[in-house]
Design a protein around this ligand. Structure first.
Ligand code: EPU
Length: 430
């Protein structure tokens, strides 16, 4: 068996300094699906150089989209879309691929897509996506693990989501842009990535109101214009680096961001005793002593983000006192727990409450160990723990971390960390 790359993190260094983060992964993935709506050229700037984006670009090119990737920018031309039938690997590797169904069916009248599977953080069904598309007149059959979607006449509809799903809101808002008449999405998700997607769609001439609130209204248009759009910053990377400042008892400033997007995290950081300073487009976090424990419940935006739950767990692992985290969005986002415990953390799945409660009894210090990331944010949690731990931590499962963190080692090292990617040893052929 070949050895995989690992990230070696030397613990015990206080991180100090200022950084910026790349463009947002989740905004990019939604916007790249929406590109399929138009036969005009789209230029996207500040696109993050991460594997999820590469994967999505490869899939788009299989659908006949011309993709020209330059330094930080991507030029896309979807004027000649093909009826490509993706394989389950295309959809399982990156679930947002499924959000291409609506735009593809709006352009081509038909598309086939494999059923997306669950992943390491939960089952992640697509029932709300299907319900909304059907309301818009799309006929969807499901045979042999494949959806076949067809539409003669895409029409606006009143859609009420049972749950404020970020993905369903993005997918249905995008599809509604080319539907005839008005679409109203009630109980829509309010995540910043929905606001950026709407800004992108509007830059092409879409008519959308209410994005960022729970009621989005889209008036369909017949044709979209070319556009040049800049992907906004990644709020989840920003949150991770702010936590890196606090967990390492340092002082880290992240610039070029929207501080409002971090409100739930800032509140919790302050509750733990961290100092948080705020400017128009920056936040600075510092902490001198051990954090206090806090209780946290994940909820859709603007509540505490599920994506920060695992990184926050690493921070609370060294808190003074016991913290309880309730994860309400995903049923199994706990892959970081056994690995943090290998580093000396004391975290239990809450038996009394539900499998998605984590009871974190803070310990004075963590110790370096060999650990494995089971998903993207579990990886972020392990890196944070490694920064605070005594000794050296080696983290494998980097394919998950590379999905969403651009130039991670470089950014951390610029703050004074010592993080190194170790290539596997390959014996020379004789
Ligand atoms: N859900 C359903 N039915 C649906 C759609 C969703 O039951 O039709 C459930 C999901 O199974 C999940 C919950 O609703 O339990 C939340 O799903 P949502 O649709 O809101 O999330 P998503 O669009 O699949 C995006 C981000 C996630 C982030 C969530 C919540 C992208 C590519 N992914 O996922 O990001 O956790 O919103 O904010 O935008 C990450 O970046 O690490 C990540 C997982």
């Amino acid at each position: 068996m070949s050895q995989a790359e690992v990230l070696r993190v030397e613990g015990g260094r206080s991180l100090t300094g200022e950084i910026t983060v790349s463009g947002s992964k989740n905004a990019s993935l939604a916007i790249l699906c929406a590109v399929a709506l138009t036969d005009e050229v789209v230029v996207l700037d500040n696109v993050p150089n991460i594997s999820d984006v590469d994967h999505k670009l490869r899939l788009l090119s299989r659908f006949g989209v011309k993709v020209d990737k330059r330094e930080g920018s991507v030029i896309l031309d979807a004027s000649r879309l093909d009826l490509y039938a993706p394989q389950s690997n295309d959809v399982n590797k990156i679930r947002t691929s499924f959000y291409l169904v609506g735009p593809m069916v709006a352009r081509l009248g038909e598309v086939r897509f494999p059923t997306p599977g669950g992943c390491n953080i939960g089952l992640r069904p697509v029932d709300l996506h299907l319900m909304g598309l059907r309301r818009m007149g799309v006929e969807i059959d499901h045979h042999n693990d494949e959806y076949i979607a067809r539409v003669d006449h895409l029409r606006g509809a009143d859609i009420v989501l049972d749950f404020a799903s970020a993905g369903a809101t993005q997918h249905l808002m995008t599809t509604a842009v080319l539907a005839e008449g008005e679409t109203v999405i009630t109980n829509a998700a309010c995540e910043p990535e929905i606001v950026s997607l709407a800004a992108f769609l509007k830059s092409m001439g879409a008519n959308i109101k209410g994005e960022g609130t729970s009621r989005i209204v889209v008036q369909g248009v017949k044709k979209l214009n070319p556009t040049n759009f800049e992907i906004p910053h990644d709020r989840l990377q920003a949150g991770t680096y702010l936590l890196a400042g606090a967990i390492s008892k340092g002082r880290v400033k992240v610039t070029g961001i929207v501080p409002d997007y971090q409100m739930a995290l800032i509140e919790k950081l302050r509750d733990t005793g961290a100092e948080v300073e705020e400017g128009a487009d920056w936040l600075e976090v510092s902490l001198k002593r051990r954090p206090h424990s806090v209780d946290v419940t994940t909820t859709p935006y603007p509540g505490f983000p599920t994506d920060m739950q695992q990184p926050l767990s690493a921070y609370l692992a060294i808190a003074n006192g016991t913290s309880v985290i309730k994860e309400t969005i995903y049923e199994s986002r706990g892959g970081h727990v056994p690995e943090l415990n290998r580093m000396g953390a004391m975290i239990k799945h809450g038996a009394a409450a539900s499998a998605s409660s984590f009871i974190i009894q803070g310990v004075e210090s963590l110790s370096g160990a060999s650990v494995k990331a089971s998903d993207l944010r579990a990886g972020a949690a392990l890196i944070l723990a490694g920064l605070a731990a005594d000794g050296t931590t080696e983290i494998s499962g980097l394919e998950f971390i590379d999905r969403g963190y651009e130039r991670l080692e470089e950014r951390l090292n610029s703050l004074g960390a010592k993080v190194e990617r170790i290539q596997p040893f390959t014996p020379e052929k004789v």
